[in-house]
Structure formats: C-alpha cells, structure tokens
Design a protein around this ligand. Sequence first.
Ligand SMILES: [Zn+2]
Length: 259
Amino acid sequence: MKIIDTHCHLNVDDFIDKEQYIKEALENNVSAIFNNGDSFESLSEIIKLKREFPDFCHAVLGIHPEYANNGDDYLFQSLKYIEEHLSEIDAIGEIGLDYHYDKSEETKKNQEKYFREQIRFAKKHNLPIVIHSRDASYDTYKIVVEENIKKIDLHCYSSSLEIAEEYLRYSDQVYFGIGGVITFKNAKTLVSIVNNISLDHLLTETDSPYLAPVPHRGEKNESKYLPLIIKKISEIKMMNQEEASNILYNNAKRFYNVR
Ligand SMILES: [Zn+2]
C-alpha cells in the first residue's frame, strides 16, 4: 500500500521534529506529502523543506485568501517568488475564497482579485491549482468556470453533492480532497459525496496540522494518520482497502503529474 498526502502544512509548526514526522509517515505507507502555501513567508519555508527532504516533501505555492487584504504588492512579490521557483513546484495553492470570518464586500473583492490573478498565473505556467473554499461555494465555482481552469483539487471539499456534480460536468480533471472530516460523526453530506462520486476523482489529504481524523480529533494532525481516512473511504465505497488505496495513489500522481 502506498499513500500520498496531497495537502498539508508541515512548515507551520516550528516545534515539530520533521525527521520523526517523516519517519512515522513512511512507517504508515505515506511515501510523499505536498506542503501547500498560505502566507508569503510560507513560500520559502516550503521550498526549504523540499530541498531538505527532496524525496518526501513536495511544494505547492500560493497565497491563501485570508491574506488577500494585504494589497497588490504582497501578491506581486509572492508571484515573483513563485516564478523564480517554478522548477521546484507541482501546483499553485492553496488559493480561493473564504467568507467564514469576514463577509465584507471589500474583502470579497480583494479575495476575488487574488484568486483570479493566481489562476491566471497557474494557467500561464500550465500548473494545476489547489483550491480553498469556505462558505463561498457558488462564487468559487463561478470564478473557476469564468477563468476556464480545468485541472483543480477542491481541497477539504465542504460544498454540496450538487455542486460537486456541476464541477464534474465542467471538467474531467476535477478532484475532491478528502481528509479527517470524513471520519467525523456529523459528516453525513461528505459521506454521501464520497459514496456518489467516482473514486477516480478523490484525493487523500490530511491538512496537517489541522483536522485530525477520529480517534485523534482535536489533536495535532499528522500524515501518518492517512490510513484511517483510507479505511473510512473504502468502507463507504465497500471496497477492499488495498484496492482503494492504489486508485487514490494513482489519482494523486495524475493530479500532480509526478512520476
Ligand atoms: Zn490547507
């Protein structure tokens, strides 16, 4: 069994012992992780991890919507940094819209600008994107379709089955990131999404250090917990765990274009 953590943030916790984290992930069949950017500062941290652990840590760079009020120069400097490191990255992310804490029109406008600019950047360099979308399902979908970007990972997917089906009609290169939330007791909508959508369109992720699966809910999340998520997905799909795991592994390789 081989597993890829398609979305995590090993850079955010200075106190974590990276070697130990990687050792325990490998012991649990996790062979690679994709660290996703959020702030400008995170970009160089992720590149540093990739250089330090080239066989294990991969780099996805982008600016999270929570930084979208930082102005044009912040975005410009970020894209400049990303452009200088194109040969070391596999996608642009995480980018998107998040109306959870701030629903003001100005913030929405700024987030839209950051999102559209980064999508255009990804298209220019022929890279897939990793999308963060929270309480902004319709606007996210609308921008994706208007910008006409086809290869996307809707990380930690939390919208409806109807919107998921819309995405799949729009593009056959859409993937839905499934993480610890699938193991939560109240995850009825997500369970029905996993049940209804082809396994070929799902990706395994932890979003570590956030959103640890049951029975570790509330603790610090780690890539080594991914087998718990695969177990749950294979139960929903009524499939053999090994078989489900192989399909999910190949999905991740296909999405990130890794050999
Ligand atoms: Zn994330």
